[in-house]
Write a protein that binds this ligand. Structure first.
Ligand code: ATP
Length: 216
């Protein structure tokens, strides 16, 4: 089964083509890293992919899409806001139900930010905010994830921990990663983008770092 299917996709800004035309499929069970240098077109590709295939696919956008005025809990809860009735959401805004507090707390604990559950998002660091956006995606409960550099603000051991958690929660994903070692370690397939086109598409098991570095 295909979970992400893009057919002859292209994108232009101000009359300049920055992506495609390209086609890309991600099958259920495939964890795909999108790699390539800055400006290659990865974010544009991910945005279009989510527009074509969302909203049942979880998303971690590059700008995270969090609400600074809300608590960490409520930002994570947003992952399920469309799955709940409006009265349930209104009550949650005032006084969250204990089962939701627990479920969110468990995810935050795995991301080493359980102590921040009731902090305003605005008081968090960049790396902590990134983990809140990841928690929201996990809480959504979708099987597939699209994420744009979701661990870019995390140090080495934490980035490893978070990638392992994503592999635990998502059966399939398409994730832009600038860290080639992480891509090779956690993803089954590497798709390289250069000048808005797919320049590499291989199983990770057939690639070494040296095969990917020419894309940069
Ligand atoms: N809103 C926009 N208006 C004009 N040009 C844009 C816009 N967004 C992206 N571009 C251009 O499209 C091209 C691809 O950008 P994109 O953000 O997709 O690259 P990227 O590979 O994700 O880069 P990075 O790794 O730095 O995030 C770049 O040349 C960029 O300048």
């Amino acid at each position: 089964m295909t979970v992400i299917a893009l057919n002859e996709l292209s994108a232009s800004f101000n009359g300049r083509r920055v992506l495609g035309p390209l086609s890309l499929e991600v099958n259920a069970g495939e964890r795909v890293a999108l790699v390539g240098k800055s400006g290659a077109g990865k974010s544009t590709l991910l945005k279009l992919a989510w527009e074509h295939c969302g909203p049942e696919i979880a998303l971690v956008p590059q700008d995270l899409g969090l609400v600074p005025a809300l608590s960490v809990f409520h930002n994570v809860y947003m992952g399920r806001v469309n799955q709940r009735s409006s009265w349930y959401n209104a009550l949650t805004l005032l006084r969250p139900f204990s089962k939701d507090r627990q479920a969110v707390g468990t995810i935050l604990k795995r991301l080493s930010i359980a102590d921040k559950q009731w902090s305003p998002l605005a008081s968090l660091s960049g790396g902590q905010r990134q983990r809140v956006a990841i928690a929201r995606a996990i809480y959504q409960g979708a099987g597939t994830l699209i994420a744009d550099e979701p661990v870019s603000a995390l140090d080495g051991p934490l980035a490893d921990k978070v990638m392992a958690l994503l592999n635990e929660h998502f059966n399939s994903y398409l994730i832009a990663l600038h860290d080639v070692d992480l891509a090779l370690r956690y993803c089954d397939r590497i798709v390289g983008v250069a000048d808005g086109m797919i320049a590499l598409d291989e199983p990770s098991s057939r690639l070494s770092k040296a095969d990917i570095l020419p894309l940069y």
